[in-house]
Design a protein around this ligand. Structure first.
Ligand code: ZN
Ligand code: FE
Length: 255
């Protein structure tokens, strides 16, 4: 039986996600921005929370963990953050570890940059990637704790996943990301196609997530820092991809 995934808005622009295993009825919340929408979605589906898979220590990703753990006695899985900023953790995981949710299985990918502890969860059989604040649709997270080369390596790790992987990211930022990306790649046909789709989705009040990783590879300028045309547009021909990525990220910070 195929896994079921639910997406629902939390806080201002976060997304909450539940992934459910029909075979065992195990259900995981990917992060917990706040408890109420997670509980509401569980009750609507008749599911019981068994696990929370935390991606990083920011408050808009862990704010609901304590309340949910108290209510459901669920297991909390989290990265090995040195500062132990994430509380109530039952299992700390690292690169290459496998996390089971019932019979479902997620591979842990360390994707530092936004924070040093940031991890992503790849459900290979379901072709579902939960990348939180590392990779957004047509964007990427701000580099708060890491360096640009570190974040670029993390993006390359995600870019290496199959094209038919669905990307579930932490925030609904796609419309602003599209506007910014068109400024750097005005002639990118894949980006223009995505821009039309996003405009339609937002007008209909629909999430722009999930998106296909294969489409992100062609349309997301942050995954394209090693494209000669992108470097040329920025006057950075011959510079390293990490440098080009850093320049794009800084321009986005100022936009
Ligand atoms: Zn964050
Ligand atoms: Fe966030």
């Amino acid at each position: 039986m195929a896994a079921e995934i639910r997406i629902f808005p939390c806080l201002n622009d976060n997304y909450g996600y539940l992934i459910h295993d029909p075979a065992t009825k195990a259900t995981a919340s990917i992060d917990a921005p706040e408890a109420a929408p997670v509980i509401a979605t569980l009750e609507k589906e008749g599911w019981k929370l068994t696990d929370i898979l935390v991606t990083h220590h920011h408050g808009d990703h862990v704010g609901g963990v304590a309340e949910l753990k108290q209510k459901y006695k669920c297991r909390v899985v989290a990265p090995n953050d040195k500062a132990k900023a994430i509380a109530d953790v039952d299992l700390r995981v690292k690169e290459g570890d496998t996390v089971k949710v019932g019979t479902l299985s997620a591979r842990v990918l360390e994707t530092p940059g936004h924070t040093l502890d940031h991890i992503s969860y790849m459900f290979d059989a379901e072709k579902a990637l939960f990348a939180a604040d590392t990779l957004f649709s047509i964007g990427c997270g701000r580099v708060f704790e890491g360096t640009y080369p570190m974040m670029w390596e993390s993006l390359l790790k995600l870019r290496a996943l199959p094209d038919d992987t669905r990307l579930y990211c932490g925030h609904e930022y796609t419309a602003a990301n599209v506007k910014f990306a068109l400024g750097i790649e005005p002639d990118n046909a894949a980006l223009k196609t995505r821009a039309d789709e996003v405009a339609r989705q937002r007008a209909a009040n629909q999430p722009t997530i999930p998106t296909l990783l294969g489409e992100e590879k062609t349309a997301n300028v942050f995954l394209r820092a090693d494209e000669p045309s992108v470097a040329a547009h920025l006057g950075m021909s011959g510079k390293s991809a990490a440098d080009v990525f850093g320049e794009i990220r800084e321009r986005k910070n100022r936009s």
